[in-house]
Design a protein around this ligand. Structure first.
Ligand SMILES: *[C@@H]1O[C@H](CO)[C@@H](O)[C@H](O)[C@H]1NC(C)=O
Ligand SMILES: *[C@@H]1O[C@H](CO)[C@@H](O)[C@H](O)[C@H]1NC(C)=O
Ligand SMILES: *[C@@H]1O[C@H](CO)[C@@H](O)[C@H](O)[C@H]1NC(C)=O
Length: 337
């Protein structure tokens, strides 16, 4: 093992880890939540996002292919089953649940990753009762001038309307899946942009969720978790509110925010690569909920609260630095410790 450089940030980071560890000894309520690996893909498959079906099983999309995987997380030996692929895309980046048993996934082409390219949105159903995993395509949408969508949610009053995050352009798009071609820009804002607009691979928004008249987002490049008040059509009606920031002196150099999910009490669980899952309460109190240095987490990408609220499922990209390289994972974090 290489000897790490003792930079001030590095030292602060380890001091923080030591304090966390001592805190965990001092109080059982601070104990890390139990994490188990349900499945690991082989390298270089990297899981990018996941969604829970009505039967509790999960769909996984990867940033390395257009393949859709299905996993029963409650199985004795969970295993990823290939169920379909979506022609025209090289990666699947974001899922959302639509009404009437439908789901949508965004797919983009990685070569060339241009902001002026277009993203596909595939609307489909999945059989969870008779022929398990039988996918039926219902609709294919093209979103122009959008290199990559990293986060989708729906409007509570119009649940067939998707709000989608243009992660390179820094815009919130409104996509009408009922008419099949209605794409418009809901709004844009400086806090939604990647830091470097000229870099077509730099990413801004990594997660998007609507809750109680607000649109919540994470911004990877800017290290922020915030929200906008919105109206029933998804237009913003007020200024942004930053709820939490990623202080690298506290959480470690290179920590960033990925996808997230709310529990029924309004706590946000955010994938925080390279090694953690953060929890942010409705009042903005942030902490490491699971993982940390030397944990099982290998570059978490997204997180969802299970249908029964007892677990959080985390997708990871795996590791392509150091040795050995590893594929992406599906992890389960126990909610009650
Ligand atoms: C899959 O679903 C479609 C549409 O519901 C149906 O027509 C088809 O027969 C199903 N395939 C299998 C193998 O059950
Ligand atoms: C663009 O951003 C990506 C991701 O942040 C980074 O890895 C890459 O080095 C950047 N490229 C340039 C030319 O700045
Ligand atoms: C709000 O959204 C609707 C689309 O549903 C649009 O027609 C309207 O112009 C928007 N209003 C404002 C004030 O931006």
């Amino acid at each position: 093992m290489a000897i790490p450089l003792l930079t001030p940030n590095f030292i602060k980071y380890w001091v923080f880890q030591a304090l966390l560890f001592m805190a965990s000894l001092g109080s059982s309520s601070q104990a890390p939540h139990e994490v188990s690996q349900l499945y690991q893909f082989s390298y270089p498959t990297a899981v990018e996002d996941l969604i829970s079906l009505s039967n509790g099983c999960l769909l996984l999309g990867t940033s390395t292919s257009n393949t859709l995987y299905y996993i029963d997380p409650e199985a004795l030996f969970p295993s990823a089953q290939f169920i379909t692929s979506f022609p025209g895309s090289d990666e699947l980046t974001a899922f959302v649940t639509l009404p009437d048993g439908r789901y949508a996934v965004a797919g983009s082409t990685t070569i060339p990753p241009t902001p002026r390219g277009y993203t596909h949105i595939y609307v489909f159903t999945v059989d969870t009762e008779v022929t398990i995993g039988n996918v039926t395509m219902e609709l294919l949408l093209e979103v122009p001038y959008t290199g990559r969508i990293d986060g989708m949610t729906t409007l509570p009053k119009y649940p067939h309307m998707i709000l989608a995050a243009d992660t390179i352009g820094g815009r919130i798009l409104r996509i009408n899946t009922a008419v099949g071609n209605g794409v418009s820009v809901a709004f844009e804002h400086a806090t939604l942009k990647p830091s470097d607009q000229r870099n077509s691979t730099a990413k801004g928004i990594k997660g998007l969720e609507v809750k109680d008249d607000h649109l919540y987002f994470t911004n990877e490049a800017q290290g922020i978790f915030g929200r906008f008040p919105i109206d029933e059509n998804g237009n913003s009606t007020g200024d942004v509110e930053i709820l939490a920031r990623l202080d690298e002196e506290v959480y470690g150099y290179g920590t960033s925010y990925g996808g997230f999910s709310f529990d029924s009490e309004g706590n946000a669980f955010i994938a925080a690569p390279p090694t953690s899952l953060h929890k942010i309460t409705p009042t903005g109190v942030q902490g490491v909920f699971a993982g940390g240095v030397d944990s099982m987490f290998l570059e978490p990408t997204s997180a969802i609260v299970s249908n029964n609220g007892k677990a959080i499922y985390v997708s990871t990209a795996g590791k392509n630095t150091g040795y050995p390289f590893t594929g992406g994972q599906l992890l389960r974090v126990q909610v009650e410790s």
